[in-house]
Design a protein around this ligand. Sequence first.
Ligand code: BGC
Length: 813
Amino acid sequence: MTDAIAETVAALTLEEKALLVEGRDSWYTHPIDRLGIPSITLTDGPHGVRLVSDTGGGFDILNNARSTAFPTSATVACSWDPEHSRRIGRALGHESRDAGVHVLLGPGVNLVRSPLCGRNFEYFSEDPLVSGAFGQAFVEGVESQGVGTSLKHYAANSNEEFRFVGDSLVDERAMRELYLRAFERVVRRARPATVMCAYNRVNGVFASEHRELLTGILRDEWGFDGLVMTDWGAAADRVAGVAAGCDLDMPGGIDHNREAIVAAVGSGALAEADLDLAVARVLALVARTTAVGEAPAPHDPEAHARLAAEIATDSAVLLRNTGVLPLSAGPDAPPLLVVGDLFDRMRFQGAGSSLITPTSVVSPKDAFDARGIDYRFERGYRSMDAHADGALSSAAIAAAGPETTVLFFGGLTDLEESEGFDRRTLHLGEPQVALLRGLLDTGARVVVVLFAGAPVELPFHDELAAVLDMVLPGQHGGEATAALLFGEAEPAGRLATSWPLAIEDSSAWADYDRGIQARYLESIYVGYRWYDAAGTALRYPFGHGLSYTSFVWRDLAVSVADGRVRVTATVHNTGDRAGAEVVQCYVANNAGAVFKPEQELRAFAKVRVPAGGSAPVELDFDLADLAYWDVADHAWRLENGEYEVRLSASAQDVRLRAPLSVTTGVPSRSPYPEAVDREYARPPAGVPASFPLLLGRAVPEERAPRRLAMESRFVDARRSVLGRIVGGALDRRMRTDYRAALAMPDSIERDARVKNAHFLVRMMPFTSPRSLAMSSAGEFPYRVALGLDRIAAGHPIRGLRILLGRASTLDAD
Ligand code: BGC
């Protein structure tokens, strides 16, 4: 704490301190005018600057100022070039400065644990190195402009439907090696201004009051010196939160929390020194983000839109190509039939808190028309309708035939993929599947262009002529699509997440979204770490992606000096087009006593090689990166033994190998009980009996409360009368906003409002009275939540008194 901050803290009253550690409302901190402490602005993140322009109603998210909608994190990660993340970060930092935003809420570096998580589009990868590298570059980019970031959601937030009440049960090693690893890298290397804690509990304790996570690991071990804020509504016991190291409660506006803090300091239950520390960190954040010098010249929205298109182009993944791509656009080109709603209503971003109202949109249709491409368009289906439209699909099928090349624009819609809820399956929507079948049956060559933030199951895959995955490419994604389809640009993206053939094959399947407790049964076997070791056949492996040219890799050399491993090779472009190759360096070491994945990514580089030319590859990493987390010593341990360095074009496409002998570590010995060693020697099937041993404790089953309770999801509370009444009222309220949005005239604003309102309709049943009260900045008051809880628990008089404000919320029992 600097002297100036200490002086300010000393000058504050207890009530002012309680004010400063909560938001003033959704997007601002409290000012204290008499001491000249300004309010600062916090805004989502992470793919654009979502400055809320109208805070009236709709839980404060319906109307946003326009800003550049960049490709989403899941998209950018497929570029395998963290410099793109840095460039986006810089641009967003600039837009934030122009908009008067002090902290941009992102990036999200949670691991993609299951392909079903509705929010995967907002995360980078199933691999912590990829997530960490892109997260780090993003933070450095934004903060280079004098704007703070918020690294989120700390930690183990891997599903949407139980995020407000759920408990992630994760063993210590999986936590360290996977779920914390990207956070650790970003905190240590990029020093973000803030970290946002997750909604969920981690091993029984809410992340917002998890002392080991927020203070022990984050600050004491990793040296974090910034501020921790809650996710919006993640506070549960706010006093415990302050004591644990959670400085700022957002969005705030909760009388109960302020009163509880004041009372706890008064009674000695909360040390005032702990509160002072939280206040000091708020003041330090205000100082850090307001003393940033002169504003730069305003940004150029068109330049940012071009940047978004350039990065989308370099990130798209050509998954399959039987030779039909690139298409020829010349006068002799075969007739082109374009099918699919997403052709002119491109889905370029995900829905939820990250949803941007873009400055402009270039759909594939816009980009085709700008190029004067000759095509016939049939809509085929409507993306915001879960049912097939018989007339549209018949017209599309009737237009196809053996001579036609069909470009099918499909993927996930906002009805299927969004923050706030998870998917149930990997399938494409039924209208799209039926339509694709019909088109293929005509004998047409079908090229699928996908827009989806996560893997999908591709029926009839082997009959498809090509598959181009644009992921969610940002506002000018249509430009990127056309450039790639017509060969003006080279496909250069590689998957940052494995694509399983079926959801049952995926690592988290045994216990995903099945209840309040999320047992991370698969431990360290996530994504390719699972599929490789289990020998699962995949649709596409992690790291996969094709090019329009071809490459040969040669001359692998591996050396170790001063604790760094240096890996070099050469990539030759043997084709007649320029192209880019992503060189992935995996290291294998699983012959020792400690169970390990078959291989783990340790470094990667994207090399751009001219036609017929060659380019050197130089990678390096710390020998210490090869360590595993020893749960007996609670420390990283490098095992001695024989390792193999693999240079690969995907997790399953090893191009070059070299041995690496490690002798500077410790002898191999397992820290686990024998039953764990046995069951976890390979990815475990179903529910391993030794999971409690792995976790280090027994976990009694916790069932969702069936009545309306502070911690019951409204969807579960529907089993009770009160639950149905309250849940029904909320549902009607959300649906009114949705209908109003649907009634708006067609425009970019309507689109954004419809998506936002739909997200709220879908998310609301999964909230709990407590989380809703904590997140709605007073719209659903805490006293109402608690009063209802007390009434449902059989204390109608006390409950009613609390609900009506006649009794204190501090005195509920
Ligand atoms: C999301 C955060 C977001 C916050 C503010 C939450 O629901 O989980 O990622 O920053 O809302 O919109």
